[in-house]
Design a binder for this molecule. Structure first.
Ligand SMILES: Nc1ncnc2c1ncn2[C@@H]1O[C@H](COP(=O)(O)OP(=O)(O)OP(=O)(O)O)[C@@H](O)[C@H]1O
Ligand SMILES: [Mg+2]
Length: 254
C-alpha cells in the first residue's frame, strides 16, 4: 500500500491568523478518511492545502507521490490527478450536463469529443443520471447537480477525491442520493478525503475519522472509537453538540 497523501507539520496562516498549527496526517491509497470538527477549525483550509489551492506557511505535503510544497513540482499535472467536490457545485449554467462533463476532458486531457462523451455517459450512469445528459443544470435539483459535479470529477479519472461538505447546501431529502454515490465510490476503492457533518456517513463509510479543532488534529482513529467512545473532552463536546444541536455548553449558559 502506498500513501496517497502525507502531510507533515503543516502550518497555515492568513496574515496574523494562524489557522493550521502543526498537522500531521497520512492517507493511504484506497482509504476513506473523514474530517469532522467545528466551524472555523481549519478543515477546508487543510483540504485546500492538499492540492495547493492554499499554500502552506510551513511544513511538507506529498500528494500522490509528488512533493507539492516543492516550488519546482509540476502542479498542473498533479492537479489533473485529483478530483475536488465543493459545497457549491460550480457547474456551467449555459452548458448541458453532457457538455459540463466533456469540456475539461477535451481541453485539459485532449480527448476527442467521442471519447469524452463516452466517458461522460459512463459516469452519468454511475451517479444515476444517465437520462439527464441533455438537461441544463438549472433544471436539476441540488442533489442532482451535485451528482453531476461528482460525475464531472470522475470523468477526469482522478486517483484521489477531495470532498468539502458536499451535502451541506442540500435540502435534507436530497442528501441521501449524493451520499449513496460517495459510498459506492468508496466501495470501488477510491481514495477519499472527506470533510463532512454527516456523522452516519463517517461512521459507516470512513476507514478513519479525524477530529479537528483550533487548527490541530485533536483525535483520530476508527469511526467507532472517535465517534462512539472518544478519548478527548473536546471531541465529546463537539459530538454532543452535533448530535443534539439544542445542547448548550456550560460556558454558553453562564
Ligand atoms: N482566504 C482566507 N483569508 C483569511 N482567512 C481565511 C481564509 N480562508 C479561511 N480563513 C479563516 O481560517 C479559519 C479556518 O477556516 P476554514 O474554512 O478552514 O474552516 P472550516 O473548518 O472549513 O469551517 P466550516 O465548517 O465553517 O467550513 C477561519 O477563521 C476562516 O475565517
Ligand atoms: Mg469549511
Amino acid at each position: 500500500m502506498s500513501d496517497a497523501v502525507v502531510i507533515e507539520d503543516l502550518h497555515k496562516s492568513f496574515g496574523p491568523l494562524e489557522v493550521l498549527t502543526g498537522i500531521d496526517l497520512t492517507v493511504t491509497s484506497g482509504e476513506v478518511v473523514c474530517v469532522i470538527g467545528p466551524s472555523g477549525s481549519g478543515k477546508s483550509t487543510l483540504l485546500r492545502c492538499v492540492n495547493l489551492l492554499e499554500s502552506p506557511t510551513r511544513g511538507r505535503i506529498h500528494t500522490l507521490g509528488v512533493e507539492i510544497t516543492d516550488p519546482d513540482c509540476e502542479l498542473d499535472a498533479l492537479r489533473r490527478r485529483i478530483g475536488m467536490v465543493f459545497q457549491q457545485f460550480n457547474l456551467f449554467g449555459h452548458l448541458t450536463v453532457l457538455d459540463n462533463l466533456t469540456i475539461a476532458q477535451r481541453r485539459v486531457l485532449r480527448r476527442t469529443r467521442a471519447e469524452a462523451e463516452r466517458i461522460a455517459r459512463e459516469n452519468l450512469d454511475r451517479v444515476g443520471l444517465g437520462d439527464k445528459a441533455g438537461a441544463y443544470p438549472a433544471h436539476l435539483s441540488g442533489g442532482q447537480q451535485q451528482r453531476v459535479a461528482i460525475a464531472r470529477s470522475l470523468s477526469m479519472g482522478p486517483e484521489l477525491m477531495l470532498f468539502d461538505e458536499p451535502t451541506s447546501a442540500l435540502d435534507p431529502e436530497l442528501v441521501g442520493d449524493v451520499l449513496t454515490v460517495m459510498r459506492d465510490l468508496a466501495t470501488e476503492g477510491m481514495t477519499m478525503l472527506v470533510v463532512t457533518h454527516e456523522m452516519a456517513f463517517a461512521r459507516d463509510v470512513a476507514d478513519r475519522v479525524v477530529f479537528m479543532d483550533g487548527g490541530v488534529i485533536v483525535e483520530q482513529g476508527a469511526p467507532a472509537a472517535v465517534l462512539g467512545d472518544p478519548t478527548e473532552e473536546r471531541t465529546r463536546t463537539f459530538l454532543r453538540r452535533v448530535l443534539d444541536p439544542t445542547h448548550l455548553s456550560d460556558a454558553e449558559l453562564d
